[in-house]
Write a new protein. Structure first.
Length: 329
């Protein structure tokens, strides 16, 4: 569980001073010493890790390094949904990556190898995340060092006891056929800020940007059963993390990321998530805004009013949130 907290002594921003200190399972990794947590593992074993970025504002780019060499992270699930098995078309195929960006509120489940006995330095790190000219400083940090132990003192689980839940009779798998479903509506939304940046907005293109208030009228009204494609642009000079309550979306594309200096994240393409980063625009008027296109699935049981927002707490608290109404079928 990775969280964040104020940096002690209020150092001036920039350089390698982070905007926020991180904690790993409540072990503070505090600037300037930044003493990492310790994870004990048994050589030759693999472990299942469930990781949450429960920080308010910090973005993570996790990597496991043995003597400096990135190790494979076998992603089993993103945002609590198993990868590549949502339609039950195939069985539990993991997605392997060398590192993974986890937005604020993002969750990932991974299988990781333990270091062998001859590894001298094994570390779980968050790599530097470039958040844009107006963004926070999320520098490289070692979150944990991994200690090789012969006997891990912990609750061991007997694999034989793990039984998958049987599907309910006649149940439709969540997200079934979403990739090929009829799309009822396409919408464009965008993140923006006023200048100097103290107000933050998420707006349906063409509408007037307004700060979030709980009593606002819904910005979007749709009907249960519908499938919609939303393109969400970032028109600001810092990263934002799009999140919607109640539903997941299928990640269709990530556009103009590289043009503006951010990598797109191939591990999440085609997966079902509820939180995704839209990286910063570099301010060059010749560069199109970075955007993601997401297939929104309103075919489930959830109706009524709920919200979508940037999950960087400072941004949502300063207005970057809006209401959607899903009318009953
Ligand atoms: Cu934001």
């Amino acid at each position: 569980m990775i969280r964040d907290q104020s940096v002690a002594g209020n150092p001036s921003p920039g350089g390698r001073v982070p905007s926020w200190d991180l904690t790993l399972n409540f072990v503070p990794i505090a600037y300037p010493q930044e003493i990492p947590a310790v994870i004990q593992m048994q050589a030759g074993k693999q472990e299942f890790w469930r990781i949450a970025n429960a920080s308010a504002d910090s973005l993570l780019d996790l990597q496991l390094r043995f003597d400096g060499v990135p190790q494979p992270l076998q992603i089993v699930a993103l945002d609590a949904v198993p990868v590549d098995s949502q339609d039950r078309a195939n069985e539990g195929k993991s997605v392997t990556t060398g590192h993974l960006l986890i937005p604020t509120a993002g969750r990932v489940e991974v299988i990781v190898p333990a270091p062998s006995a001859d590894v001298k330095k094994a570390e779980l790190v968050t790599r530097n995340v470039t958040t844009g000219p107006d963004g926070d400083n999320d520098p490289h940090r070692v979150l944990a060092t991994i200690e090789n132990v012969s006997d891990v003192a912990r609750l061991e689980t007997d694999d034989d006891e793990i039984q998958p839940d049987a599907p309910a009779p006649n149940s439709q798998p969540r997200f079934a056929g979403l990739a090929t479903a009829h799309v009822d509506t396409k919408r464009s939304l965008y993140f923006s800020e006023n200048n100097p940046k103290s107000h933050f907005f998420i707006t349906v293109d063409g509408a007037k940007p307004i700060l979030f208030k709980p009593g606002n009228a819904p910005a979007i009204v749709t009907t249960q059963g519908s499938v919609e494609d939303w393109t969400i642009q970032n028109r600001t000079l810092e990263n934002h993390e799009f999140h919607i309550h109640q539903i997941h979306f299928l990640v269709l594309s990530q556009d103009n990321f590289e043009t503006n200096g951010s990598p797109s994240d191939k591990a999440v393409l085609g997966q079902f998530m509820d939180t995704i980063q839209v990286p910063y625009w570099d301010g060059n008027p010749k560069h199109p805004y970075p955007s993601v296109t997401l297939r929104m699935d309103f075919r489930g049981p959830d109706v009524g009013n709920f919200v979508y927002h940037c999950h960087i707490a400072e941004h949502e608290d300063d207005g970057m949130m809006a209401i959607i109404t899903v009318l009953p079928r």
